[in-house]
Design a protein around this ligand. Structure first.
Ligand code: A2P
Length: 271
């Protein structure tokens, strides 16, 4: 069956990796860590294996290093990016996770995990999990530190990966407020670094992995230059005192008559 749409990044990424290997830029697939996610329209027990196989087909790879449940909800209908809260149906947490575990057992995903899960939703998942989620990928930057979730995940042995570590400026859910924050800018100036570098170094010193996105060659380089200097205890303290606010509310999943009646319910009070 022809599917409605496919990821715009998987096929080009696979082609770029093949070329980089052919050209000797990298030694081989093993040098890379590739993550993909189960889209919410495929987030049901029988949807998982076909979805990861389609991803692997597009990537022209035999496995991904990490495969994540994209969101703690399922969406009705064909794969698409525009939807609303009435399209949301509850996630079969047990059955979907069992299928994720099967991906791991079959060697299609070296590790499995989740994304956008609150403490409460992780607790619901852990009741059924034979394989612990390796990662919870969530919004995290100095204006949304995820203190409670980080403590919970650390106790359970689940690694946190930060998406939108720069606040997701320029993306639909994002905000320029992080890179424009005066305190972050002032710390950056005092170090001769950029605000983006301060945010990434802050994430690094907090022991999480982080996923800064850029289509710009200079900014890609800038974002990688954060490992040979550090933020002092005082800098970290100043950053950790910034007022907190979740930016990526995912309101599209919310509807007065739907599965999640409010953002508060969706995020289980972690707002
Ligand atoms: P661009 O692709 O033009 O570099 P996040 O990683 O938090 O989701 O943020 C991604 C956004 O941040 C993209 O719009 C990206 O734009 C921008 N960005 C990435 N790196 C930097 C940087 N070092 N300084 C300023 N903006 C950046």
């Amino acid at each position: 069956m022809q599917r409605a749409i496919e990821s715009k990044s998987e096929r080009p990424l696979g082609q770029a990796v093949s070329r980089a290997i052919e050209d000797g830029l990298i030694g081989g697939r093993k040098e890379l860590f590739i993550t993909s996610k189960l889209f919410p329209t495929d987030a049901y027990p029988d949807g998982v294996l076909p979805a990861i196989r389609e991803t692997l087909g597009a990537l022209e790879m035999e496995y991904v290093d990490l495969y994540l449940i994209h969101f703690p909800a399922r969406l009705k209908g064909e794969k698409r990016f525009v939807f609303n809260g009435d399209d949301v149906i509850p996630l079969d947490m047990k059955g979907t996770w069992e299928a994720m575990e099967e991906c791991n057992r079959l060697g299609l995903a070296k590790a499995i995990g989740v994304s956008n899960f609150s403490c409460k939703k992780l607790e619901q998942l852990l009741v059924h999990a034979k394989i612990l989620p390796a990662v919870n990928q969530v919004e995290m930057h100095p204006l949304w530190k995820q203190t409670q979730l980080r403590e919970f995940c650390s106790e359970k042995g689940i690694h946190i990966s930060a998406y939108s570590p720069l606040g997701g400026v320029g993306v639909i859910w994002g905000t320029p407020a992080v890179l424009a924050n005066q305190e972050i800018k002032s710390i950056a100036e005092s170090k001769g670094k950029s605000a983006a570098q301060v945010c990434l170094r802050w994430a690094f010193q907090n022991g999480v992995s982080f996923l800064p996105k850029s289509f710009n060659k200079e900014r890609l380089k800038e974002n990688s230059e954060i490992f040979d200097w550090e933020l002092s205890g005082e800098d970290m303290k100043r950053l950790n005192l910034l007022p907190q606010k979740r930016v990526a509310l995912a309101e599209a999943y919310v509807s007065p008559n739907g599965v999640f009646k409010s953002c508060d319910e969706l995020w289980d009070g972690e707002l």
